[in-house]
Design a binder for this molecule. Sequence first.
Ligand SMILES: Nc1ncnc2c1ncn2[C@@H]1O[C@H](COP(=O)(O)OP(=O)(O)OP(=O)(O)O)[C@@H](O)[C@H]1O
Length: 297
Amino acid sequence: MEKILDINQLSKHYGPLKAVDNVSFKIEKGHVYGILGPNGSGKSTTLGMVLNVVNPTSGSYSWFEGLTSNHDALKKIGAIIERPNFYPSMDAVQNLKLVCKIKNISTDKIEEKLELVDLLSRKHSPFKTYSLGMKQRLAIASALLNDPEILILDEPTNGLDPQGIRKIRDIIQHIAAQGTTILLASHLLDEVEKVCTHVIVLRKGSMLYCGPVEEMNKNFGSILIDAKDRTTLAEFLKTQTYAGSTEDTMDGFEVKLLSDVDTTKINQDAFNAGIVLSRLMFKKQSLEDQFIELTNN
Ligand SMILES: Nc1ncnc2c1ncn2[C@@H]1O[C@H](COP(=O)(O)OP(=O)(O)OP(=O)(O)O)[C@@H](O)[C@H]1O
């Protein structure tokens, strides 16, 4: 698989504050990556470093398997890391023409990109008349003008209403479906879950998880199990290979599962061991629970 970005033990420290600490991950072509973390976890700083606007304290990164210098690589990247900023009295086409001039690229793709972000019908309206969502969509069109290999977005739906959020998400998915690799930073689990194929979870600058979104969700869940005689039940659970860490709660033992289980079989096995269960409930841990668990521990 073609590598787009390789980040190796990258750190950014501001005095004693470790904004990003020893983060390593790879971005491969054709996937949608989310850097997920609460506010202040180091998402923007990570993007800033790979976009050459923040100097790393240590570590390294290389774009496109090191075949191009980091400076030249920037020409193959489309990035939106600030609030969209265009000339207020100029319309979309005029603004994008100016972007093409500054970047020294052809104006051929302006109409196509405006259509992609659903702004064709408003292409002659001045930028100052645009809603926040339209401004963000124009920024996406602008970042795509040179057909970049990768599109980088920092909190793309921040401040938008639900409709605006939906529209941006649809556009991101559409761009990804056309083969463009995407890296987005977000503090919204729901956004990453809906849009991304891979996720990098950051907390206080450290990386907690990196891998496919569905594997983050790969968790066998837990069971809540109870019986009148809790001592015998505890002994029974110790002999069961599916039983992981066990928490003694008011409602019974909450047992993390280490493998898939069949609750009917648990009930039968407990009965055979002389235990009559008063409660047996299977609980699947949601991605949200796992994210909170990951970022809280
Ligand atoms: N120039 C700076 N000087 C000092 N500290 C900084 C600087 N830039 C960022 N930080 C700190 O580094 C940490 C990480 O910030 P960063 O903006 O990367 O987080 P983030 O995950 O993008 O959060 P948010 O979503 O709130 O922007 C924060 O504690 C922030 O205050």
